[in-house]
Structure formats: structure tokens, C-alpha cells
Ligand binder design. Sequence first.
Ligand code: FAD
Ligand code: SF4
Length: 324
Amino acid sequence: MNILADFRTQRPATLADAVSALAAEGAVPLAAGTDLLPNLRRGLGQPAALVDLTGVDGLGAISILADGSLRIGAAATLEAIAEHALVRANWPALSQAAEVVAGPTHRAAATLGGNLCQDTRCIFYNQSEWWRSANGYCLKYQGDTCHVIVKNDRCYATYHGDVAPALMVLGARVDIVGPAGRRGIAVEELFREDGAGHLSLERGELVAAVELPPASGWKTAYVKARIRDAVDFPLAGVAVALRREGDRIAGLKVAITGANSAPLLVPTDELVGGCWDAAAAGTLSQRVRRTSNVLKTTVTGVGYRRRALLALAPRTVDALWQGG
Ligand SMILES: Cc1cc2nc3c(=O)[nH]c(=O)nc-3n(C[C@H](O)[C@H](O)[C@H](O)COP(=O)(O)OP(=O)(O)OC[C@H]3O[C@@H](n4cnc5c(N)ncnc54)[C@H](O)[C@@H]3O)c2cc1C
Ligand code: SF4
């Protein structure tokens, strides 16, 4: 059986040409392909055309704007983001997140846009065609049953992107371009809690860039737990932005990945104004527990992933509180 039908490839040189190429039925954006191509080789998807965005003029630029904010084009590589001196100095959560995606050769090609828009993952989905067909496929693609949650109300595949939670705590906005023009949204609005439709992009739209406000006054960090430090997706990932004024928390933002079908902000308002102590750490762990929904979507046990997530969040706030 031919699991991958013929498709066209296009390599537009301008954003306008990319948008018009993506308006065609079945056209899909392609960046470095480190997420998309392994999936296609497994028969996951049948695009009519791949529109390669890496040739679009200026789409890989990283620039500091006049007001001190940072603009990063969607085709910027994770390596370029991780190594950018001003990003490291002013938006460390972002450089730390980019620096721990997969391995070095991977980051030399993989892009910001592809990282944000990467597919959700599940042990019943990221499998070969013969494996999936032998198991009756699943609700996300070609089948009608979810093997993780039997009520079949939606797909619960997990989002494992490292960069999105860092952008969330940094207050980033996404610049989206499509057939209806340009629009800007907060990065958290790019995602939905649905493993089979986790992006809010309309047909033909693409992520053009991400913009981050100046982060002065905030200490930020991203940490992840994974089995092999050299390559693996996050089993749990936590981004934190903290503003400390004396013994008081003046601002706190926490976002998680590797737990739900979307990266999510954890409610932390009740901690702002208080001090960071054991009770606050307990409250934060509770909020993380209530926000997360870790399910059997990876080979690593649910209990381990949940415990890692609950431990990483207070530990990261603690390190920033101590000035680390
Ligand atoms: C072995 C291995 C390990 C990995 N480890 C990690 C990890 O630790 N952390 C992690 O976060 N990811 C990991 N990944 C997933 C993936 O490789 C990375 O997320 C990478 O950043 C994807 O970028 P890309 O440019 O290759 O995207 P592509 O594969 O080209 O695209 C990914 C998806 O995004 C869409 N897309 C691309 N650009 C745009 C755009 N500008 N606008 C709209 N849609 C777009 C594509 O259509 C596709 O659906 C891993 C993958 C592999 C194979
Ligand atoms: S969560 Fe269910 S529907 Fe989604 S990929 Fe896994 S088995 Fe399929």
C-alpha cells in the first residue's frame, strides 16, 4: 500500500507568495520538516502540496525593535535563538527553551514556527502505518476510537513543544498572516485543548513572527524533565517569570507543557502580593495539578510525568526567588 500519495513542493520567496500557495486545497506549511516529515513517512497526513517557508525573504530575522521589544521571524532556527546574546541576556527563558529542544544538529535546522505549530503526540498515533492499522487506527486519524480515553469525546494527544510555555510567561504575541490579512494574538490563543486540532490557525494562515515585550524587572527560566538529555521531548516542561520586590512576589507567571493537548498558563494570581515560602510552593503545586491532565500518551508512566511536573514548578520559582 502506498501510504504517501504524490504531492507538490513549492518554495516561495515572499510572504505574499507563501500565503497564496497555502490558499490551495491540501497545502501545508513546511519549515525544517523535523516534525512534519517523520509523520508523513508514517502515513500521517496526505498533503497535496508542501509550501517550504525557509526561502521566504526575511522570515528568519531576529531583531530588537525601537521600544526594546524583540521580534523573531518564524523561520529563525532554534540554534540562532538559543545563541543570540541579547535573547540570552534579556529573555533567558526563551533561549533556555530553544537550547533544550532535541539535539544540536536538529536545532541547527528546526525553526521557531515549526516548534510552535508541531503536532501533538500519542503512543497510539506516532506509529507506523502497519502498527496503527493493526490496532484499528484511532479517533485522531483514520479511526473512530480513542485508545487513551474511551469516552471518545475528543483526542487527548499531548503537546510537547518546549518553546511555547517560555513565550507564554514572557507575554509574547504571535503575528499571523493569511488570506484575510494580518492579525496578532497572545501566544496562548494560538492553542486549543484538542489533540486533533490544537491550533487556532484558520485555513491558509501561517505564523509569520513572534514579538516579545521588554522583560526588564522579570527573572525568567525554562526547565524540562526528559529521559535522555541529548534528544528527548519534554515529559514535563515548566516556564516561570517572576518579579520579586523585597520579600514580596510582585509578579508570577507559570506555564506548563508535556501535560495537556496545549501548553497552558497556570493560575497564579493568589500568590502575587505574598512571599515565597513552603505554603506558597504547596499552593503552586496544587494549581499545577488542577491545570494539568497527564494521561497515558507516552511510554513513560503517568505518575512519573505528573510528579516531575509538580516538582519542577516550585523548584524553578525557588531558584529564581533565590536569584538564580
Ligand atoms: C528525535 C526528535 C526529537 C525532538 N525533540 C523535541 C524536543 O525536545 N522539543 C520540542 O519542542 N520538539 C522536539 N521535536 C519536534 C520538532 O522537531 C521540533 O519541534 C522542531 O522545532 C520543529 O520545527 P521544524 O522547523 O522542523 O517544523 P516542521 O516539521 O517543518 O513543521 C512542524 C509543523 O508546523 C507547521 N509549520 C511550520 N512552520 C509553520 C509556520 N510558520 N506557520 C504555521 N505552521 C507552520 C508544519 O505544517 C508542521 O505541521 C523532536 C523531533 C524529533 C524527530
Ligand atoms: S489520544 Fe486517543 S485519539 Fe488521540 S492520538 Fe491518542 S489514541 Fe488517538
